[in-house]
Design a protein around this ligand. Sequence first.
Ligand code: GDP
Length: 438
Amino acid sequence: MFDNLSGKLDKAFKNLKGQGQISEINVATTVKEIRRALIDADVNFKVAKNVTDTIKEKALGQDVLTAVSPGQLLTKIVSDELTLLMGGSKEDINLKGEPNIILISGLQGSGKTTFTGKLANHLKSQRNILLVACDIYRPAAIDQLKVLGEQIGVDVYAEPENKDALKIAKNAIKYAKENNKKTIIVDTAGRLAVDEQMMQEIESLKKNLNPAETLFVVDAMTGQDAVNTAKTFNERLNFDGVVLTKMDGDTRGGAALSIRTVVDKPIKFISHGEKMEALDIFHPERMASRILGMGDVVSLVEKAQQNFDEEEAKRIQKKIRKNNFGFDDFLSQLEQIKKMGNLKDLMGMIPGVGKAIKDVDIDDDSLKPIEAIIKSMTINERENPDVINGSRKKRIANGSGTSIQEVNQLLKQFDQMRKMMKTMNKMGGAKRMMSGMN
Ligand code: GDP
């Protein structure tokens, strides 16, 4: 995400390298390049102009301290302005009301139904949730929601024969009250483009249900179109927040950067994949950091905390201490990493890594050969890799559809890892290091 934009901004800052201070001349060139980078990223022209004017003004007013270079100083100013552009600070959704009602709107294909499932998954540990299928025109949408509900263990209310969305929603509220549901999330019908019937329907749902939160879901890959659709929906619905989806795709970032200014409504969530866990609360300052290639360590740590199973971490910690960390434990660690989401996105959150891996193909599939090799080992081999001799290697390579070289490579890496763990145990450092992980 944002690879192009961060690359271009980085280049713009390079202009200032070696310059002792920020002057009218050097800042003018850099700011012009920043503006061009933003416009290339599909940021609304007016928004790009306003923000770069402010950046220039602020940069010129700054005394450059000896400790920071003009490039660093400007990066900070740009980061602050991008943060402000995206709303300044995060805004939570409103969970008031009994039951609390959340209405989901947006065009067909924007990722509404998927997001409805993700939001339920996100909230289910704190609220008893009911999903409501009000996409009356697309029977497949009802099935899709039911499948998602089953997957995440959340009830779904649907009336496949009923063609009156408002009636379905009202019946769902009644059902929710009778069944002690605290939050109901209503998935509605979308169309391929804005049309009057759809608008009237969603308007009527909003007026009659009086939801505490109305969210507008939009595909970030559609750039300026996303901003225009948001404007149209907002004029009719006066929604409370925006959800940007498909941020894992090749989005140039324009929607994230312009939507707040154009509709004056906060982005509340970003969705970055098809898995139910691929959802993040939107933090403007963290996003600005990522755009500028400064990494987003806070989100990375939070993801680890959400997805790492504490019991499992303790079990592994014990095995490391006893020097019997085996391939099965390694496999379980890989599973935990995969649960955190797209590998490339995760690595992109590490400062400096985003740029380095932008052209490298990394996805969950890159772990597949490793998993296949481990799964082709016997239990004894997984616990005692030392027994794996030449003929066993051949068998494992055949069984996993890999080569002996690949098996050798994994064995070698694993051996190095175990040696490192042993050394740390000797130094008494493993305990300290691992306890830092919990
Ligand atoms: P709806 O018509 O608005 O309900 O959209 P869906 O939820 O059915 O999503 C349309 C398509 O986009 C489906 O194939 C989803 O799997 C996919 N999708 C939804 N959200 C994301 C996302 O964040 N990233 C990616 N890559 N695909 C997504």
